[in-house]
Design a protein around this ligand. Structure first.
Ligand code: ADP
Ligand code: ZN
Length: 211
């Protein structure tokens, strides 16, 4: 007889796991999430797709859409705990995919762990660095606890090299370091850039000179 406190953490026979797809904007994260979801559906797995509410690009909040135009239906959430509330019993679901995870609260770590321990395949995609090139939300933590991490890169729009940074532009000029990470409204845009072409002026530097 195995004492209770020595029981394996995952008593389920289903192979629950956490998969992360991380990278900058335009690196193909949504494309990859959609690919994995479609293949799971072909395998007749029971799939639920969520996305954080903050991102409203393209077809609105009810779909995960790639810049390539492909998309899958998704349920909008504001907080990580809403995933568990929407699912109910984890035994009734095989795959949970969440897009734009960088905007979610710290509870996503517990939610992902809980689901994986109950045999669910958890696929999380998100931008792993913010416009300053620093870890975004819980992405770094999630990448550490995941079984599998896929880190994607885009193409630098300035030099054509591989891009690992999100260049934020405000009115066409590089955003300064001291601007907020999430800007609501405003005329900002983003470019994929490599480390060399990335610009993040401090408050006392001239933005135009750094273009
Ligand atoms: P993400 O979810 O990471 O923002 P998407 O899956 O939405 O990425 O979009 C990836 C697609 O965006 C690529 O397949 C390509 O067609 C297109 N794209 C546009 N700009 C770039 C770029 N600078 N680098 C790479 N792909 C780009
Ligand atoms: Zn470059």
């Amino acid at each position: 007889m195995v004492p209770l406190d020595e029981m394996p953490m995952t008593p389920h026979t289903r192979p629950g796991r956490i998969e992360i797809v991380a990278g900058v904007m335009f690196s193909g994260k949504s494309e990859e999430l959609i690919r994995r979801v479609r293949r799971a559906l072909i395998a007749k797995h029971r799939v639920r797709v969520f996305k954080s509410h903050l991102d409203e690009r393209y077809e609105g909040v009810y779909r995960v859409s790639s810049h390539t135009g492909v998309s899958v239906e998704a349920e909008p959430i504001d907080r990580a705990e809403e995933i568990l509330r929407a699912i109910g019993d984890a035994d009734d679901i095989d795959v949970v995919a969440v897009d734009e995870v960088q905007f979610l609260d710290a509870g996503i770590v517990e939610v992902a762990t809980h689901l994986a321990e109950r045999g669910v395949r958890v696929i999380l995609t998100g931008t792993d660095t913010d416009f300053r090139g620093e870890p975004f939300g819980m992405m770094g933590h999630l990448m550490a606890i995941a079984e599998e991490v896929t880190k994607l890169q885009a193409i630098c729009v300035v030099c054509g090299d591989l891009a690992c940074r999100n260049q934020r532009l405000v009115n066409g000029m590089p955003a300064r370091w001291d601007m907020p990470v999430v800007m609501v409204g405003g005329s900002e845009s983003y470019e994929a850039r490599c480390r060399r072409c990335f610009r993040i002026p401090r408050h006392d530097e001239d933005q135009v000179a750094l273009l």
